[in-house]
Write a protein that binds this ligand. Sequence first.
Ligand code: HEC
Length: 369
Amino acid sequence: MPASRRCAATLVAGAMLLALPLTALGDESRDALIVETILRIEGFDLAGSTKAQGAVERYLKNNWAGERYLDLVERFELRDEAPGVLRLALEQVDSPAGAEAASLLVTLGKGELLASTLKGKDETAAARAAQAISHSGDAALMNELPGVIADSARPVAIRSAALSALYGKDPEKQSRLLATVKAGDLDKDLRQTASEILMLSRDPEIRKEAKTLFAVGGADYPSISELLKLKGDPARGKQLFATKTCLVCHQAGGVGINFGPGLSEIGDKLDRKALYLAILQPDAGISMGFEGWEVVLKNKAKLVGIIEETEENLNITMIGGAKQTVAKEDIETRTKMKQSLMYQGLHQLMTPAELADLVEYLSSLRKAG
Ligand code: HEC
């Protein structure tokens, strides 16, 4: 069937649907059905049907963040819905829907809502706006970030979020951040966040330099037998787990991302000595199922992460938790890595006493009961 005829046929079906009383259905299901239908009709004129408009309005109101919410706003360019899209971009900033909402705001010409939230007083919202801006990748919005980073009158949490948003993804920008830190030009309040960004860079050279730069233990780090003599404080260790990048890859005590093995019961599996070993020498024993793979695609893109295979595809989970599915026919090579995906040298971000606190905390994580 030629496209125009097919389109005409769906149009007729859509028109019939809108004309039907559909009394058998409840209001909400009827609205949902109308929404599904008009989304399928190419070039549907929403302004031309008050019935469809009513259904769309009710649907948006009752299904904020629902399955078709963003689709509807995008398809019919519903600019009035921008506040709802902003809320979604902020509240679900860590999910794919949140990232989609951030980009949609820019498409709708409402990117300024993210900019004004970033500059606003609400600390949580401003920090999330920074992250949403990085999702949108919009150049004008990204240009708002340096001003926030430099403004020492603003809370450190917001400035740190802006720093991550600006430098988190792009190794080229990260080399500039590295140079700023080396020159001693970075505010010391932002040093912790800068160390996390650089230690987790995709570029191994940057990681290597960052390790030297932020190392507090130095070359004369105590051996495991010496570390075992230290008595750690689990409460301090819990805080360190969150601030020393562990939670970028592990879940424990209800926080973190499940990229590496979950650590919520690690105290049952590994004693203190084995815990030290896992942190000091991650390459020594790599947990089954968490081996790293390097996948090179025919278009030369390179992906590194944990893989899961289906008949036709490879699902790759990358550091940070982002997932990508690639068709096997698009793959040129895949190689199992000898190194662990957990970076060697993370302990050097901590003093030996801090490391002992962290190990004490991990060792205390056991199955309840
Ligand atoms: C970049 C991601 C990443 C970061 C950051 C990271 N890890 Fe890991 N970790 C992994 C992966 C992947 C494994 C499994 C592979 C392996 O055993 O080397 C692992 C394994 C472990 C294990 C062994 C788990 C087991 O079941 O045997 C421990 C313990 C551990 N990590 C603790 C930590 C601590 C503490 C930190 C913070 C200082 C940390 N990790 C930071 C990715 C990471």
